[in-house]
Design a protein around this ligand. Sequence first.
Ligand SMILES: [Zn+2]
Length: 347
Amino acid sequence: MKATVYHGNHTVSLDEVPDPVIQHPTDAIVDIEYAGVCGSDLWTYRDQGAAAPNRIGHEFVGTVREIGSEVRSVKPGDWVIVPFRYSDGTCRFCRQGLETSCVNGGFWGRETADAGQGQAARVPFADGTLVKAYADGHRPDESLAAGLLTLTDVFTTGYHAAASAHVQPGDVVAVIGDGAVGLCAMMAAKLLGADCVINAGSTHADRNELALRFGADQIVTERGDDAVKHVLSITGGDRPDKVLECVGSAQSFATAIHMVAPGGTVSYVGLPHGVSIDVRDLFYSNITVTGGMSPARHYIAAVLPAVLDGRIDPGPVYTKRYALADIAQAYDDMDNRRTIKPMIVVR
Ligand SMILES: [Zn+2]
């Protein structure tokens, strides 16, 4: 079969790789139908982290082809959502909804696991990892598939920003960042009842337009202390109850802490780069900092009904579609900001 392989130094290609086979009775084989390219794939692509050559991609959905003898929750033909980490579903951390810390779990494309930007994958711990989107035999059309694909990572990551900040009805919420995760955080804040969502640091016209679609009530194009001033001018001087930091840079973290109300919460969900916090900046105003890597598997059940019944449509976060054969172009376009986020149509 064909799968995307990262070869180092801004190079990915669609290579011939071994067909996946059941190795353990808890495995399933999934025929991949749609895949996404993540901002963290781009970090790899830009040579910041992973070894090469290595399979790549961790946002994928598709149909179960085959299951091992101990798999109970899915069967061949089921249309499934695959979170960005696999997890056993039984350990202490899985039971408390922190599947990203599963003692037997792991990332796709590392060590012994397949990855998501290919025609198929062996899924370890199918019962603990896969989430069936429909009761039996149903499958989404392509427009709904995009929204369901966001649950593998990008939407559930934005949702983690809002959920871990305990966004609730009536809150004024600022979201820093206009990337795919920031857009999803705005939608999640609205879903959880935020009264007003302000997107700060959105500098591109096309992203402003998407932010409005994803739930922003106001857009602030400035960054840093100018963004704080502009936000306060919108709210009549009231600082936001919650600030969702969706960039991961030192400047956006500092802005979030300067912006939030005393007693408020800053949550962060992007992989931080070069960020350090002086705890005294939190002390005098009793600011809580929370967030981290989203346990996507935990949130899928909570948000799946909202996608299926059309209350939310995070699908447009995928701004351009590509055939699997054009995977190198998808990476190049995302790397050069010609698209916010590629969706790969595998079949
Ligand atoms: Zn576990």
